[in-house]
Design a protein around this ligand. Structure first.
Ligand code: HDE
Length: 706
């Protein structure tokens, strides 16, 4: 206890508890109780976490300060190597619910019963950027799912794009090196808009189809919740009797697909580099659990033989119009990890993690992946025992004779730690089970899967352009425009003119309109001759509407966010009506105001704001409303951030709700003479009408947004 003569040396205020420390080091808890004590890793309760143990008042630290040594040593070792690709990721827990038994297709237990729920962990990611890079990079998104089935873990390690850059795993280090920062200067971060990337891909025609996808809006999703997922490779489903069906896996978002536009992406990266993380965190925390349906494209050898491309070639899709996607279950993400590192950073996916009933094909990319994923985890964890971490361990019983190593948490519990052994059921430990165990499908049903040892690319992989063209013609005009602009943007960041030219030469094999538009955008004076294709592309593949995002929009605004720009003196009733209508439609509303302290709404009442205008630009919202008083609009008109709020919403083709008082701000922003059908007057139309219109997501008739 301190006395009046003995002044306090230190007071630590925890909000709900205060600790005072007296002259002689004694402590006195002034208020607060019932919180768990802070302990060392050994469980010893810590009395003082503010001061090191010191000899004399101003003397040196004592080496015996075990609490300090343990704390600082642990801190010094906090980093593990980030993933060599997909370093930036965000994950959530949930479950997969199977719709109906699929025993006619697979013996996989997770598909065996209607309504069966299998726990899952999903990690979304970008590919090229470092762990601390921004969410809105133009990039492929990883969509990796670990199913903790009753018969072992199955990892479906997919992407949000159904094809890949390369056909052979041998080229993976090259494509990744080319895409990441250039080695001499260590920039640019998280972007492919640089010489090395375009140099490489322009020399690799097999990447052309993938380039179409990453230059499309698929590569700038509005959030993880609004994107599709794909297993990419052809896999096999195998029944108990050993019958195999080829399968391509799809994830279909129940929220519908949605992307942002490129100019918006650039700005979101500045305003909120964690935009995708925050979105998933908010949705799950608010109980609005994102869902996807698992879809299967199923086909047999006969289809594989007659299909125009090799089903083992990961640069090709099978159009949904040719083999429909059968929806067999739903994935629900309903719980965020309690600790990011423990789950999202430490989760270790591996394409080789399959369960009985699911098997590989000879896709050369998949075969290479089956080696790489285990190897990469050894580098990340420095131990084979990463499988012992709770996020990686199966949730079903497991037993084997693997033992020891760094950080082992289990090992054989029996006398025998080898097999065969003669120790009997109790002491002998687990045994193999030929009937229930995983048995590989013998394959052999595709031609050319045996023969002399050679390094070659099959002739059936030689067409690099036809499906790229199919992708292009399947897009709406707006989407084609975005794709062209993306090529122009990226290639304009290449210093070497010959790289730009070679890329345009490749695009001439895709579509003449595309090549010409990109050449025009780059200011190329002459159109280069087309590259000589390895095989003449076919020009008559039909459009596949399923490939367009805009043709497959959500028809509802649920799960989206409206930013309402407000000022003092607004009509609070209008805001209230908007808020209740939004709530009914499961739409979020955020108030953006001149100060975060909020606004006066008359009679001394104040409404707190969610964002100060500078920190809440319209790029963070799917639609905006300008709800001001007349004086408020005049005040906003003088603020650059408020004018940007309006001009950006306009340029990004967003729906803009407003009341008549907004006039001065619209005048100052230059949009007053441009007002079109995307502006909705809330004095004339109900908030319900406004939200229904917002379900179209963007007013694309305005101008092609870049
Ligand atoms: Fe990966 N990939 N990959 N990849 N990949 C990794 O494994 C690799 C490929 C994908 O959230 C690494 O744990 C090779 C295609 C996702 O933790 C590494 C090849 C597809 C993730 C690796 C490919 C993917 C990875 C790095 C070509 C879509 C993140 C860290 C043969 C179907 C998983 C790690 C997570 C991660 C290797 C190509 C998806 C190095 C060799 C195609 C979603 O093992």
């Amino acid at each position: 206890m301190t006395t009046e003569n003995e002044p306090l040396r230190q007071r630590v205020d925890y909000g709900d508890q205060q600790i005072e420390r007296g002259h002689g080091g004694e402590t006195h808890q002034v208020a607060g109780d019932g919180v768990p004590p802070l302990t060392t890793q050994q469980g010893a309760v810590v009395s003082d976490d503010q001061n090191t143990l010191r000899v004399g008042e101003r003397g040196p630290d004592a080496l015996e300060d075990f609490h300090f040594r343990e704390k600082i040593t642990h801190f010094d070792h906090e980093r593990i190597p980030e993933r060599v690709v997909h370093a930036r990721g965000y994950g959530a827990h949930g479950y997969f619910e199977n719709y109906e038994p699929l025993a006619d297709l697979t013996r996989a237990d997770l598909f065996s019963e209607a309504g069966l729920r299998t726990p899952v962990f999903v990690r979304f990611s970008t590919v090229a950027g470092n762990k601390g890079s921004s969410d809105l990079a133009r990039d492929v998104r990883g969509f990796a799912t670990k199913f903790y089935t009753r018969e072992g873990n199955w990892d479906l390690v997919g992407n949000n794009i159904p094809v890949f850059f390369i056909q052979d795993a041998m080229k993976f280090p090259d494509v990744v090196h080319a895409a990441k920062q250039e080695p001499d200067r260590e920039f640019p971060q998280a972007q492919t808009a640089h010489d090395n990337f375009w140099d490489f891909v322009s020399l690799m025609p097999e990447s052309t189809h993938m380039l179409m996808w990453i230059m499309s809006d698929r590569a700038i999703p509005r959030s993880f919740r609004f994107m599709e997922g794909f297993g990419v490779h052809t896999f096999r489903l195998v029944t108990a009797a050993g019958r195999s069906t080829f399968v391509k896996f799809h994830w279909k978002p129940s929220q519908g697909m949605q992307s942002v536009v490129w100019n918006e992406a650039l700005k979101i990266n500045g305003a909120d580099p964690d935009f995708h993380r925050r979105d998933l965190w908010q949705a799950i925390s608010e109980g609005s659990f994102p869902e996807w349906e698992l879809g299967l494209q199923l086909f047999d050898d006969e289809f594989a033989d007659r299909f125009g491309f090799d089903i083992l070639d990961p640069t090709k899709i099978i159009p949904e119009e040719e083999v429909p996607v059968r929806r067999v279950g739903r994935l629900v993400l309903d719980r965020m990890p309690q600790n990011f590192f423990a789950d999202t950073e430490q989760v270790a996916f591996h394409t080789g993690n399959v369960v009985p009933g699911i098997d590989f094909t000879n896709d050369p990319l998949l075969q290479g992946r089956n080696f790489s994923y285990l190897d990469t985890q050894l580098n990340r964890f420095n131990s084979t025992n990463f499988t012992h971490l709770p996020i990686n361990a199966p949730k079903c019983p497991f037993a084997n004779f693997q033992q020891d190593g760094f950080m082992a948490m289990y090992g054989p519990r029996t006398r025998a730690n080898y097999e065969p052994n003669s120790w009997g059921a109790q002491e002998g430990g687990p045994r193999e089970d030929p009937a229930a165990g995983f048995s590989s499908h013998p394959g052999g049903d595709l031609s050319n899967d045996s023969g002399p040892k050679r390094r070659l690319r099959p002739e059936s992989f030689a067409d690099h352009y036809s499906q790229a063209r199919q992708f292009f013609i399947s897009q709406t005009e707006v989407e084609q425009r975005h794709l062209i602009d993306a090529f122009v943007f990226e290639l304009s960041k290449c210093d070497r003119v010959e790289i730009r030219t070679r890329m345009v030469a490749g695009l001439r094999n895709v579509h003449e309109d595309l090549a010409r538009a990109v050449a025009g955008g780059l200011g190329l004076t002459e159109l280069p001759a087309p590259l000589t294709p390895a095989r003449e592309p076919v020009a008559d593949l039909p459009a596949s509407p399923a490939l367009s995002i805009l043709r497959n929009g959500p028809d509802s605004f649920a799960g989206r966010k409206i930013g309402v720009l407000v000022t003092n003196g607004i009509d609070a009733a209008v805001l209230e009506q908007l808020r209740s209508a939004a709530q009914r439609e499961h739409v979020n509303v955020e108030l953006v105001a001149p100060t975060v302290g909020g606004i006066d709404v008359g009679n001394g009442a104040r409404l707190p704001a969610d964002q100060k205008i500078d920190g809440g630009p319209s790029v963070l919202y799917d639609a905006v409303v300008v709800l001001t008083s007349k004086d408020g609009a005049t005040e906003l008109a003088a603020m650059p951030a408020a004018r940007d709020f309006v001009t950006d919403a306009y340029a990004h083709c967003k729906f803009i709700g407003f009341t008549g008082d907004a006039g001065p701000l619209f005048e100052a922003s230059g949009v007053a003479p441009l007002m079109d059908g995307g502006f909705i007057a809330l004095d004339e139309r109900s908030p319900e009408d406004f939200i229904a219109r917002c379900g179209e997501l963007r007013f694309w008739d305005r101008v092609p947004a870049q």
